[in-house]
Design a protein around this ligand. Structure first.
Ligand code: B12
Ligand code: SF4
Length: 468
């Protein structure tokens, strides 16, 4: 538990909770979204505690025991919508130990299904979208007994009716909010997962930190949801990003950064700007980032070598499918040939390419599964594979509801989780045929690439195939 002591003490008692989405995973990553929220609240002068369920391996019973010992006025936590079940349990526990408290939830469970959340769990207030400014205004309103209806960007339940306040506009310039204060977390415990937390191929051990360098994405893939969806794409300046890297290095010996963005580089220009800034670093440093599959061409091999020289270990970019028909259905705006060219250019330039695949669009067939895995083999990439998991707020979710694949949303939201587990079948293949084709295809691909994997789905960190 973290307790602040060095700023003005106010009367309202607040606790943040970091739920554990994957309690059995080998990774334990710092929760960046919650960190931004807590940092904003700290800077506004509030005192609070943190119960970090994830890093401390706390069960729901542990949480109940801990909450039973200390009473708070406000309990706040965030969760991806796939953790709906956890959100329900946590809110239930809070209201059992303290029925008169205020329960606030943020992240996509609050942004994509606010009504379901407020009507089917004990959450009182949903913070929708970017929460950094909203949370501070909300806490001030609660503390001062003001009408929370004046706080933009929230939804709440008033006598069974859901009230939505005015939409909050996004922070125009990310440089203005700075970066999270990692002192709020038990970093010694997180350090133990430093190397396991990232895909690192060029070195054995690293001290890694996540860094959010951009928010949003200008594309509109039909299966993708994130809380910045529909908002303007924004990026920290290259100078600010490198200033933060220097700070993390000087303060924590950090020597690996994972850019936790939807899209780190929207253009070649943005790559060049970061390369220029990273050139000034005087310590060994590596990083990885998510990009689009159509960013780099063979003509950029020189630039890729420069990326490698400034520490780029790997770049992740999604093929999703090698079926042109499925790519169109996904609104991916990507051609398979662009993906293949980028993979080859990266291998040529010395940066490891990684990709992810979504199997299970309604157009999926045994042939499209094979074609997709063949392209991975051609590019010498073992993909991170997931089954299509329709998420609220996406066109494919609406399609699945319309066609009767999701009849009971609460039941569906309560059972979903990792997309590497099979949850729903929108194809015309039987469940067994579909899953067997993907599993056998992946086993075959791993064999061809010379990889020995514990699981063909939950690969975590593994050794990428060597350059061929
Ligand atoms: C890190 C990460 C994870 C980590 C989570 C670690 C953690 N503790 O945060 C792990 C690895 C566990 C994970 C898992 C999955 N993830 Co993920 N992940 C991300 C990633 C890369 C970064 C998240 C992040 O930090 N963003 C930056 C911060 C600033 O944004 P934010 O988290 O949204 O936070 C803001 C608001 O949401 C809000 N907020 C957040 N928390 C709180 C708390 C409070 C109290 C309040 C008021 C507000 C608030 O305010 C924040 C600041 O503005 C994103 C991609 C991305 N860039 O968002 C995908 C992303 C969040 N993941 C996604 C998905 C699909 C998954 C998986 C389903 C994928 C899979 N392979 O199975 C699984 C879920 C598994 C499960 N069992 O449920 C989707 C979200 C889907 C959705 N509908 O929410 C994203 C957006 C990627 C994408 N574009 O598809 N993920
Ligand atoms: S899948 Fe990637 S490119 Fe498509 S909308 Fe989501 S973040 Fe953007």
């Amino acid at each position: 538990m973290y307790s602040a002591r060095d700023w003005q003490v106010r009367e309202m008692r607040i606790v943040f909770i970091n739920p554990s989405l994957r309690p059995d995973a080998k990774r334990r990553q710092l929760p960046v979204g919650l960190a931004y929220i807590m940092t904003a609240v700290k800077r506004a002068g509030f005192e609070f505690d943190l119960i970090d369920m994830d890093i401390n391996d706390l069960s729901m019973q542990d949480l109940e025991d801990m909450l039973g010992k200390t009473m708070y006025d406000v309990y706040a936590f965030g969760c991806i919508v796939t953790g709906f079940r956890l959100v329900r349990q946590i809110a239930e526990i809070i209201k059992t130990v303290n029925p008169v408290s205020t329960v606030i939830a943020g992240n996509s469970v609050a942004t994509s299904v606010p009504e379901i959340l407020l009507q089917n769990t004990k959450v009182d207030i949903a913070v929708m979208g970017e929460g950094d400014v909203t949370i501070v205004e909300l806490l001030k309103a609660i503390e001062n007994g003001k009408n929370i209806e004046e706080v933009q960007g929230i939804a709440f339940n008033r006598n069974g009716k859901i009230v939505y306040t005015l939409k909050r506009s996004v922070i125009p310039k990310l440089d203005d909010i700075g970066f999270p204060d990692w002192e709020l977390f038990d970093l010694d415990k997180y350090y133990e997962y430093s190397t396991a937390n990232v895909n690192v191929f060029s070195r054995d051990n690293v001290i890694s930190f996540p860094l959010n360098s951009a928010r949003g994405c200008p594309y509109r893939c039909t299966f993708c949801y994130h809380v910045f969806k529909g908002e303007k794409y924004r990026k920290y300046s290259a100078g600010k990003i490198v200033e933060e890297i220097n700070r993390l290095h000087n303060k924590y010996n950090c020597d690996f950064i994972s850019f936790w963005d939807e899209l780190t580089f929207p253009s070649i220009k943005s790559v060049e700007l970061l390369v220029d800034e990273l050139n000034g670093l005087d310590f060994q440093f590596s990083w990885d980032a998510p990009v689009r599959g159509d960013l780099l061409k063979m003509e950029h091999v020189g630039l890729i070598r420069e990326l490698k020289n400034v520490g780029c270990d790997n770049l992740a970019f999604s093929l999703e499918s090698a079926s042109p028909e499925i790519l169109i259905a996904m609104n991916k705006k990507l051609r398979v040939s662009q993906f293949v060219e980028q993979a080859k250019a990266l291998w040529e330039g010395g940066v490891t390419p990684l990709t992810s695949i979504v199997f299970g669009y309604p157009q999926e067939t045994p042939e499209t599964i094979k074609r997709t895995l063949d392209v991975c083999e051609e590019c010498n990439i073992y993909p991170s594979v997931g089954f299509l998991l329709p998420l609220p707020g996406t066109p494919i979710y609406e399609w699945a509801k319309d066609k009767g694949h999701i009849n009971d949303e609460i039941e569906y939201l309560s059972r979903i989780g990792d997309r590497q587990d099979f949850h729903i079948n929108l194809t015309s293949m039987s469940d067994d045929e579909f899953v067997d084709l993907v599993t056998n295809g992946l086993q075959e691909l791993a064999r061809k690439l010379g990889l020995q994997l514990e699981s063909v789905y939950k690969t975590g960190t593994y050794k990428a195939p060597e350059k061929r």
